[in-house]
Design a protein around this ligand. Structure first.
Ligand code: AMP
Ligand code: FE
Ligand code: FE
Ligand code: ZN
Length: 289
């Protein structure tokens, strides 16, 4: 089984890279991509654990990006970057910028929350290892520890929802620019869980064809279609799009640890053929055998 999207505690996953790989082996995952948000910090440990537990590791990054879609509106888009050169200076600089802006944004959210709840920045920081990419999940964990919500999911549907008064948006690189950066670093870019925010009531003919055209023109290599958050009714449309533009199609779990999210390792998978296409296109980092 090939699972190309999973998080460790180098971002918002609960498992260390070693635990992540051990759990992948237990779930019959033979090829696993470690794709922490905006960091490559977990690669080395995951690769070491991969050889110990017999799991082939495909190092990757889930890059936080933002794309303008008209009317002064922008949407958050996650781009999975497989096998980029982790030392590419432009990519390294952009990831560092994003991680820093995430720190400032999480601090602001903690300050807003502190007005109404017994939450401090220190309590949020205590929820994750030093140096990990911070996001709302760490704030959710602090809310759980303080007994304010029972679990991460409840925090996301209430206090941490993007419409909540405690929400602060982050500043990330544009999606088009990120795809260019990944390509220049020899990586393969796949849009993660597309259309998760597509309103259930909206007609299929309103699917944002232009948005995808723009990303494809920028060099997007693939679409993560088999993911639990991709709306079922959008999948045939996305498959057609992938076929038309000869894009790679992937399926993955987006595992964040057993307590991190409901997603389970190997619940969706990618074909051997699609993995081979990713390996053939990548020139940034030689994956371990
Ligand atoms: P942020 O990037 O800080 O805005 O937070 C978004 C992150 O929160 C994503 O990477 C998701 O993995 C995570 N997330 C979103 N919804 C949930 C949920 N219901 N339960 C746990 N984690 C979630
Ligand atoms: Fe996440
Ligand atoms: Fe994501
Ligand atoms: Zn993810």
């Amino acid at each position: 089984m090939i699972d190309l999207h999973a998080h460790s505690n180098n971002s918002d996953g609960k498992d260390s890279p070693t635990e992540l790989v051990e759990n992948a082996a237990k779930a019959n995952v033979s090829v696993l991509a470690i794709t922490d948000h905006d960091t490559t910090a977990g690669w080395e440990e995951a690769i070491t654990a991969g050889s110990r537990f017999g799991v082939r590791i495909i190092p990757g990054i889930e890059v936080s990006t933002r794309q303008f879609v008209g009317n002064h509106r922008s949407i958050s888009v996650h781009i999975l970057a497989y096998l980029p050169d982790p030392a590419n200076s432009a990519l390294v600089a952009e990831l560092e910028k994003t991680r820093n802006s995430r720190i400032n944004r999480a601090k602001k959210m903690a300050e807003l929350l502190a007005v109404d709840y017994p939450i401090t920045w220190e309590l949020v920081l205590a929820e994750l290892p030093e140096g990990s990419t911070i996001g709302r999940p760490a704030i959710a964990d602090a809310l759980v520890t303080a007994g304010i919500v029972p679990n991460r999911s409840d925090a996301f549907t209430s206090i941490l929802h993007s419409q909540s008064k405690y929400y602060v948006s982050d500043h990330s690189v544009s999606t088009v620019e990120a795809i260019g950066l990944v390509r220049s670093a020899g990586g393969v870019s796949v849009i993660a869980h597309p259309l998760i925010d597509f309103p259930p009531g909206q007609a299929l003919q309103d699917l944002p064809a232009e948005f995808f055209s723009e990303l494809i023109s920028a060099g997007l290599n693939g679409i993560e279609i088999d993911h639990r958050a991709v709306p079922a009714r959008a999948k045939p449309w996305l498959r057609q799009l992938a076929l038309k533009h000869d894009l790679v199609i992937t399926g993955s779990s987006d595992y964040h640890g057993v307590d991190g999210k409901e997603n389970r390792l190997g619940e969706n998978s990618t074909s051997e053929q699609m993995l081979q296409r990713i390996l053939d296109q990548a020139t940034g980092f030689e994956p371990p055998l």
